[in-house]
Structures are given as structure tokens and as C-alpha cells.
Design a protein. Structure first.
Length: 360
């Protein structure tokens, strides 16, 4: 693959939250995209939204990576130059309740994907990993040399998936992979056409805040205010999803150049507490967010944020969008799409929801 432009990129899980935003960044760079998704936690309506953003039809194959025969046929129908792998179940709390489903979906699907890639001679992979592989860190900020250890089944699947990829890279010197360990993606595309739309009750704090602001939920539950942090609430490294999307594109460039394998953290390098996030959202949206403090969640840790210096050095990547932009864009998406992908996008620039819950 000479040069830095891939002709065709398979995006597994490309209709999901991070996958769909990465598709916009890939299209902006001129890459041809084929999405593979089973729509277990995403909506086919995303495809029409993506078409509006990129200005061209978006090709999608509906399949489950756990079906080896379906994945094999996919690679026979297309000549891919590279793969970006997002397809995974990802809710920490749910993973405690359904560990076998998480191992089956995440690990079995990855084995099938890697086998088909190798058989078809597709030797470039960008993998969507997670900071959960660090577990409860010994210190922060976390760099890539930190001890690996998981506190939940979801994180364990991500670590096993990383190890599978690493073993394949060792077994075949032609196979190149980028493991991107990212922290807490939030925000939405600036158009407001795509964003985070979790099924059921959101597991992550930002979509829950958005749904409270939109009137879909009465108040936010904050899980614990007795952590050893400045205000007692959990501290995380929130990163704008468009910064994250751009990182996948530059990681793909890195692999195409033949610069070797890499594992990097993707974050801002700054920890934000849950209460800080709530107050930032209130300022950006003009909405008041009622909340209550409840018991800690199983598997949660006090403080996790990244040392992103290796990504800056190897990829020339750094975040561009701040906390205000994260909150502003998340609220634009939610206010334009009060019920997520279940309702057509609002035609007006401002939403009547913006005045439903004003700051006092």
C-alpha cells in the first residue's frame, strides 16, 4: 500500500457512536468506506445522516462478526486496504450481568475478523481499545507503560482483544496494528445530525445529562461523592468524539506509511469530575441539571486520566476541542434530536427544549 491514502476501509461497528463520527473523518480525507454493523446498539437511520454529512451514499453490510461465514463472504465481496474495528459491547455495568455475552461478542467476533483479514491479505488494523485495560491505576496521569489490570468483564474483553492482535503481529511480521486506548468520548458532530444515542438507560454520564436536559429523565444520579478527589465525585478524561475520530485517521496514515505497530492513549490529559462536567454543561446549554448522589457503582474507580504525550510524538495528534465544545455539541445533538434517531432531525437551528429548563 504505497502512499498515505487507503482506497477502501472496512469500519466494523461504523453505525455506532464513535464509528459513525470516524466515518465522517475518513470521508473528509477521501477514503472509501464500507460499514459492517449488526445494529445491536445502533440505528440504521445513522446511514442516511452520514450520507447527508459526507454528500454521498454510504455503503453498509448488515452482519454479525460472530458469524465466521458472513465475515468470510464480506472479505470476498470487497478488497479492503485496512480495517477499523469498533464492534463491541461496551457497558461496564451490563458486563457484570452478562459476562458470557461480552466474551462471545467481543472476543469471538475479533477472532473471526482477524482470521478473515489474514486470509484475505488485509494487513492494517486500527483497533478501538479502552482505558479500562488499566483498571484502577496506581497513579495518574496514565502512560502506556502503566500496569495493566481490569476491574470489570468489559475491560477484560478489551485486554484480551489487544493481546490477540499483538500475538498476530508477532506471528506475521507483515501485519500492522494500532491499539488506541481512549478515555471518555463525549460530544457530537457539529452538524447535530449524528451523536450518542444509547439504547435504554444511558450507562455513560454525558448522554444521561443530555436526556435530563431534554426532559426525558427527571434527574442525574451521581454514583458516589466520597472518592478521594477534589469534590468527591469520580474524575475522568473526557475527549470530544471528533478529536477521537481524527485520531483514527492519523493512526491509519501511520500504519499505511509502514511505521510499525503502536499502542497509544487518546485523551486530553486533564481530569474532569462529574460535578465539573455537570456545571460545564449547564453553562454551555443554559439548562439546569438536577442531580442526586447515590451509592458507588461496582467496578468504578476514583480517578482516571491520560498522559497523551506518546500520541503527540508518534502521530502528531493532540486534542483541539475543549470541555465547552464537548458540552455545546452534545446539547446541539440532543436538542435537535430529542428522542435520538427515533425522530427526524429538527429543521430549526434552535430547539424549544432550550427554554424548558433554564438556569436560575
Amino acid at each position: 500500500m504505497a502512499g498515505q491514502t487507503t482506497k477502501c476501509v472496512l469500519v466494523c461497528g461504523g453505525a455506532g457512536y464513535i464509528g459513525s463520527h470516524t466515518c465522517t473523518a475518513l470521508a473528509e480525507r477521501g477514503h472509501r468506506i464500507v460499514i459492517a454493523d449488526n445494529f445491536a446498539n445502533s440505528s440504521p437511520r445513522v446511514l442516511l445522516r452520514l450520507q447527508r454529512i459526507v454528500g454521498a451514499p454510504v455503503e453498509c453490510e448488515r452482519l454479525d462478526l460472530r458469524s465466521k461465514s458472513a465475515v468470510t463472504r464480506l472479505f470476498k465481496r470487497h478488497r479492503f486496504d485496512a480495517v477499523i474495528h469498533f464492534a463491541a459491547l461496551k457497558a461496564v455495568g451490563e458486563s457484570f450481568e452478562r459476562p458470557l455475552a461480552y466474551f462471545d461478542n467481543n472476543i469471538s467476533g475479533t477472532i473471526n475478523l482477524l482470521g478473515s483479514m489474514h486470509d484475505a491479505g488485509v494487513m492494517r488494523l486500527v483497533f478501538s481499545s479502552s482505558a479500562t485495560v488499566y483498571g484502577d491505576p496506581e497513579s495518574v496521569p496514565i502512560n502506556e507503560q502503566a500496569r495493566l489490570g481490569v476491574t470489570n468483564p468489559y475491560g477484560r474483553t478489551k485486554l484480551v482483544m489487544e493481546q490477540l492482535i499483538e500475538d498476530l503481529c508477532h506471528a506475521d511480521g507483515c501485519f500492522r496494528a494500532a491499539n488506541l486506548r481512549y478515555f471518555n468520548p463525549v460530544g457530537a458532530h457539529p452538524s447535530g445530525l449524528i451523536g450518542e444515542d444509547p439504547a435504554g438507560i444511558p450507562n455513560n454520564v454525558m448522554p444521561y445529562i443530555c436526556q435530563v436536559a431534554a426532559g426525558r429523565r427527571g434527574k442525574l444520579s451521581i454514583f458516589g461523592d466520597d472518592y478521594p478527589t477534589p469534590d468527591g465525585t469520580g474524575v475522568r478524561d473526557y475527549i470530544h468524539v471528533m478529536d477521537l475520530a481524527r485520531a483514527h485517521v492519523v493512526a491509519l496514515d501511520y500504519l499505511v506509511r509502514g511505521d510499525g505497530n503502536l499502542t497509544v492513549n487518546l485523551g486530553t490529559g486533564r481530569g474532569i469530575s462529574v460535578l465539573e462536567l455537570v456545571h460545564a454543561f449547564e453553562r454551555a446549554s443554559g439548562c439546569s441539571i438536577p442531580y442526586e448522589i447515590v451509592a458507588r457503582r461496582r467496578g468504578d474507580v476514583a480517578e482516571v486520566y491520560a498522559d497523551p504525550s506518546l500520541a503527540r510524538r508518534l502521530l502528531g495528534w493532540r486534542t483541539r476541542l475543549d470541555l465547552h465544545a464537548m458540552c455545546r455539541d452534545a446539547w446541539r445533538w440532543q436538542s435537535m434530536n430529542p428522542d435520538g434517531y427515533q425522530r427526524p432531525t429538527a429543521k430549526t437551528k434552535s430547539s424549544p427544549l432550550a427554554s424548558r429548563k433554564t438556569m436560575t
